[in-house]
Write a protein that binds this ligand. Structure first.
Ligand SMILES: *[C@@H]1O[C@H](CO)[C@@H](O)[C@H](O)[C@H]1NC(C)=O
Ligand SMILES: *[C@@H]1O[C@H](CO)[C@@H](O)[C@H](O)[C@H]1NC(C)=O
Ligand SMILES: *[C@@H]1O[C@H](CO)[C@@H](O)[C@H](O)[C@H]1NC(C)=O
Length: 289
C-alpha cells in the first residue's frame, strides 16, 4: 500500500513538474568524485567558501544514504564537513578565526542573477551524520541567502544554540529564520533535527512581495506547508550557501574573528536534492521535478 502511494505520488510529481522551470540545479551527478568539486565544471564554485588552502576534495564526502526526495535518478547526496582547518580567509587581513566554514555556492548564482528575483522556490534536504555530530552548544547556519553587499542574510536555516533572538528550548533544532537584520529576527519554522532521516525543505521566496513561506517533510513524504507566507525583507539579492557555518561561543562585537571554538572537531551535515525552481506560474512547492 505504502509502496503504491509513493509510486503514484512520484508519477504525479513528474507530470506536474514540467510546468516549473529550474532556475539552477545543484544536484550532484552519481558519477561525481570529491575531485569533481575542485574543477571548474563543478556545479558549485570550486574556490569558495572553505578554509584557507583547502580543496573541496578534502572537505566533501559521499555517505551511503537513501536518496533525498528531491534527488533525481542519477544524482546523489553529498556531505559537507568542517574541522580545525575550516578557517575562511577572504583576504590576508580578514582571517575568520571565529568561524568554521565550508559552504557550497551554486556556480550560476552571481549575486545579481534571476535566482534572487521574481518568485522562486528553493529545495534541499539535510540529514545528520551520526559519525560527525554537530555540537548544539554552538549556532550553525546550514543554508542562507547572503545579500550581494554582504550586509545581511535574508533567509537562513540555523541549528543549535541561536545567538541573539528567540532560542528554541531544545537546541537540537532546525530553525528557518527571516532576515537577520530585522528586529526581532523572525523564527518562521522550527523542528527537531531527528537523526537518520531526511528533512526536506521547500522555501517559497517571493522577491516581489517580499514574503517567505516554508514547506517541509521528512523521508519520502511530499512537502506540506508549515508556515504562512510571512512578510520578510528579501531585498539585496546575493548568493545561496549550503553547508556549515559554525559560530563561536562569545566573541563580542566581531564573532567572525573572535570567540571560542573547540579544537579537534570532525563535524558534517549531509545534503540532498539542491535545486531552485521558478515558481512564478504556480506554487509547485509540493512537487519534485
Ligand atoms: C531507505 O529506503 C528504504 C526503501 O525505500 C526504506 O525502506 C528505508 O526505511 C529507508 N531508510 C531510511 C533511513 O529512510
Ligand atoms: C561543544 O562546544 C562546547 C562549547 O564550545 C565545548 O565546551 C564542548 O566541549 C563541545 N562538545 C564536544 C562534544 O565537542
Ligand atoms: C530591507 O533590507 C534593505 C537591505 O538590506 C534595507 O536597506 C532596507 O532598509 C530594509 N527594509 C526594511 C523595511 O527594513
Amino acid at each position: 500500500m505504502a509502496r503504491l502511494f509513493y509510486l503514484s505520488s512520484a508519477l504525479l510529481s513528474l507530470a506536474a513538474a514540467q510546468k516549473c522551470p529550474i532556475q539552477f540545479d545543484g544536484r550532484v551527478p552519481a558519477a561525481a568524485t570529491p575531485e569533481s568539486f575542485d574543477a571548474n565544471s563543478s556545479p558549485y564554485n570550486p574556490g569558495y567558501v572553505l578554509g584557507q588552502n583547502l580543496k573541496w576534495s578534502s572537505v566533501l564526502q559521499f555517505p551511503s544514504v537513501n536518496s533525498s526526495l528531491f534527488d533525481a535518478s542519477g544524482t546523489k547526496a553529498v556531505e559537507v564537513t568542517i574541522d580545525d582547518k575550516s578557517i575562511f580567509a577572504p583576504s590576508a587581513d580578514n582571517v575568520q578565526k571565529g568561524f568554521r566554514r565550508a559552504e557550497l555556492l551554486p556556480t550560476s548564482v552571481t549575486g545579481t542573477d534571476p535566482s534572487t528575483t521574481g518568485q522562486k522556490t528553493m529545495h534541499f534536504s539535510v540529514m545528520k551524520d551520526a559519525s560527525r555530530p554537530l555540537n548544539s552548544s554552538h549556532e550553525y547556519q546550514l543554508f542562507f541567502l547572503e545579500s550581494n553587499d554582504y550586509s545581511t542574510n535574508q533567509v537562513t536555516l540555523k541549528y543549535g544554540t541561536i545567538l541573539g533572538g528567540a532560542k528554541p528550548s531544545d537546541a537540537d533544532t532546525l530553525t528557518v529564520t527571516g532576515n537577520v537584520n530585522s528586529s526581532p529576527v523572525q523564527n518562521i519554522f522550527s523542528i527537531k533535527f531527528t537523526p537518520g532521516v531526511w528533512h526536506n525543505f521547500g522555501l517559497a521566496l517571493n522577491f516581489n512581495s517580499r514574503t517567505t513561506q516554508v514547506y517541509y517533510s521528512t523521508g519520502n513524504n511530499p512537502l506540506a506547508s508549515v508556515s504562512k507566507a510571512v512578510s520578510n525583507n528579501l531585498s539585496g539579492q546575493g548568493q545561496y550557501h549550503f553547508g556549515l557555518l559554525k559560530k563561536p561561543i562569545g566573541g563580542g562585537s566581531d564573532i567572525t574573528r573572535n570567540g571560542y571554538q573547540p579544537s579537534n572537531i570532525n563535524e558534517g551535515v549531509i545534503f540532498g536534492g539542491i535545486f531552485e525552481e521558478d515558481s512564478s506560474q504556480n506554487a509547485c512547492t509540493s512537487l519534485k521535478p
